[in-house]
Design a binder for this molecule. Structure first.
Ligand code: ITT
Length: 194
C-alpha cells in the first residue's frame, strides 16, 4: 500500500493545485475530508509560517500521520501588505471573491502601475509524527490589475496581474500557474524533504 500524507486544508482550489503539483510523489495525498478528519483550528498566528505550523501540527496530533498544511495570501504593498495573513477572512469569509476583488481594485483607484506591486505568498509546513516540523516559502511577484480578468484558479487570481506573461493568474492554464506560483515553489521545496 502507498504511504499516506494528509493535507490539512478545506480549500478546494488549493487542493486541486496541490494534487497536480505533487502528482509524482510516492505518497497518496488525502484532503481532511477524505481522511475523515473534522477539527476546528484557530489560525491565530501573525505570520504565514506560524499559521502553517499551527494547522499542520494540530492535524498531525489528531491523526498521527505525516501532515502538510498551506498558509497563503496576497500582500498588496500600497495597502501595507493587506490582506496578508487575513486573506481568507478579509471582508468576511462569506463575502464572494467577485466583491472582495472589486473592493481591492476600488481601493487602488487612481494608483499608478509602479505602486500597485503585490505578491502571493505560500508557506507549506510539514509535521512529522516524531514531532519534527519544517516549513518552506514560495512567492510570486506581480501587481494588482485595473480590472478583474480570467476564470481559472480561485480567490484573488482574477486581480493578480503577472507582467512577464501580460495576464492574470486566473488567465493562465493550471499548468502554467503551478509552474510560476507561490504554491508551486513552496511545494516543490517541501517535496525534497519528504
Ligand atoms: P485552509 O486554511 O483550509 O487551507 P483557507 O482558504 O482558509 O484554507 P488560508 O488561511 O491560507 O487558507 O488563506 C489563503 C487565502 O489566500 C485564500 O483563501 C485566498 O483568498 C488567498 N490565496 C492564496 N493562494 C491563492 C492563489 O493561488 N490564488 C488566489 N488566491 C489565493
Amino acid at each position: 500500500m502507498k504511504k499516506r500524507i494528509i493535507f490539512a486544508t478545506g480549500n478546494e482550489g488549493k487542493m486541486r493545485e496541490i494534487r497536480e503539483i505533487l502528482k509524482d510523489l510516492d505518497y497518496e495525498i488525502l484532503s481532511l475530508k477524505e481522511a475523515g478528519i473534522d477539527i476546528d483550528i484557530v489560525e491565530d498566528g501573525e505570520t504565514f509560517e506560524e499559521n502553517a505550523v499551527i494547522k499542520a501540527t494540530a492535524v498531525m496530533r489528531a491523526c498521527g500521520e505525516i501532515v502538510l498544511a498551506d498558509d497563503s495570501g496576497l500582500e498588496i504593498d500600497y495597502l501595507n501588505k493587506e490582506p496578508g495573513v487575513m486573506s481568507a477572512r478579509y471582508m468576511g469569509e462569506n463575502t464572494s471573491y467577485r466583491i472582495k476583488n472589486q473592493i481591492l481594485i476600488d481601493r487602488l483607484d487612481g494608483v499608478p502601475d509602479e505602486k500597485r506591486t503585490a505578491r502571493f505568498v505560500c508557506v507549506v509546513a510539514a509535521a512529522f509524527p516524531d514531532g519534527r516540523v519544517e516549513t518552506r516559502r514560495g512567492t510570486i511577484e506581480g501587481r494588482i490589475a485595473h480590472e478583474p480578468a480570467g476564470e481559472n484558479g480561485f480567490g484573488y487570481d482574477p486581480i493578480f496581474y503577472y507582467p512577464e506573461r501580460k495576464m492574470t493568474t486566473a488567465q493562465m492554464s493550471p499548468e502554467e500557474k503551478n509552474k510560476l506560483s507561490h504554491r508551486g515553489k513552496a511545494l516543490r521545496l517541501i517535496r525534497e524533504i519528504l
